[in-house]
Ligand binder design. Structure first.
Ligand SMILES: [Zn+2]
Length: 140
């Protein structure tokens, strides 16, 4: 896996979706202190018990493909990658589904159950010309 330099994409509140440790990404989620529900992206209120007892956690970097499909049209700026590519949900050991692009899959979706690992990939540039990084999963 190549080490990528750049800025992680952010959620709707402007918080980075992942952190980089020695070039390796770790997704930032939240876990409810009341009922242990884990969510991604992070949020202040638990979607299950509605308490505001969420604490920030770093999620596992390996999981299994839960669902997968192929996109033939790019989502638009800032994404400037090639199409087609596959996307889907990855189930992590924390029982949370992560919506993600699958790297290197082309027009062949990863089969359900495929073991995948998190990586960061340049997906475009911001207005200042800095590389933007998105989280993706790739087959182990
Ligand atoms: Zn809860």
């Amino acid at each position: 896996m190549a080490t990528q330099e750049g800025m992680p994409l952010t959620d709707v509140n402007g918080s980075p979706l992942f952190t980089l440790k020695n070039g390796k990404p770790e997704l930032i989620g939240t876990k409810c202190r009341n009922c242990d529900t884990v969510v991604f992206p992070k949020r202040p209120q638990c979607p299950k018990c509605f308490t505001e007892t969420m604490e920030e956690i770093l999620l596992s970097t390996r999981g299994k493909v839960f669902s997968s499909t192929v996109l033939y049209q790019a989502p638009g700026a800032p994404f400037d990658g090639e199409v087609p590519y596959s996307i889907g949900n990855v189930e992590l050991p924390e029982q949370v589904l992560i919506q993600s692009r699958f790297s290197g899959s082309g027009d062949t979706p990863y089969p359900i159950g495929t073991e995948v690992e998190l990586q960061a990939e340049i997906c475009g540039k911001d207005e200042a010309g800095n590389h933007l990084l998105m989280h993706t999963f790739v087959k182990v």
